[in-house]
Design a protein around this ligand. Sequence first.
Ligand SMILES: CC(C)(COP(=O)(O)OP(=O)(O)OC[C@H]1O[C@@H](n2cnc3c(N)ncnc32)[C@H](O)[C@@H]1OP(=O)(O)O)[C@@H](O)C(=O)NCCC(=O)NCCS
Length: 136
Amino acid sequence: MIREYDSRDIMYIEQIGQVISENYKFKINPFIKCYVYDLGAKIVGFVVFSVMYEQTEIIDIAVAEEEQRKSIGTKLLQAVLSECKKQNCESVTLEVRNSNKKAISFYKKLGFREISTRKSYYHDGEDALIMIKMVV
Ligand SMILES: CC(C)(COP(=O)(O)OP(=O)(O)OC[C@H]1O[C@@H](n2cnc3c(N)ncnc32)[C@H](O)[C@@H]1OP(=O)(O)O)[C@@H](O)C(=O)NCCC(=O)NCCS
């Protein structure tokens, strides 16, 4: 099931987050929400996002390596889209590394399209692709 995170999840979120970056750190603030995918015995995925007025932004999404390709990422993203609709948001945006073909296919399958590139966005100089999905 998908539920809001609580403080006991943070250690596991940071472990799963290693599929995003080595030493992944979970950062939360009052404008950010996090849903986790809970299998009962453990959590296997999470999504961190913000809902600000008419725009929702996906900050991070990750599924544990061994649980990937089982539609867990899709369900997490769908939960964000539902929340976005509930809050009368118009669009969901995100940034993804240009080289992250797996994530780009994933977002495209869920109806996101590329709108622009942010040059040298990441610390290592890689460009970010900006993607959007309208929800109205
Ligand atoms: C991107 C990610 C969250 C997708 O989660 P997932 O649970 O594996 O995705 P799903 O099973 O819901 O896949 C849905 C669709 O996305 C696409 N997709 C997912 N993984 C893919 C892969 N390895 N190669 C190509 N397409 C892929 C496919 O179209 C897939 O549909 P299909 O299985 O019917 O072909 C997961 O791969 C992940 O955690 N990656 C590492 C972290 C990351 O890059 N996060 C995004 C940037 S912050």
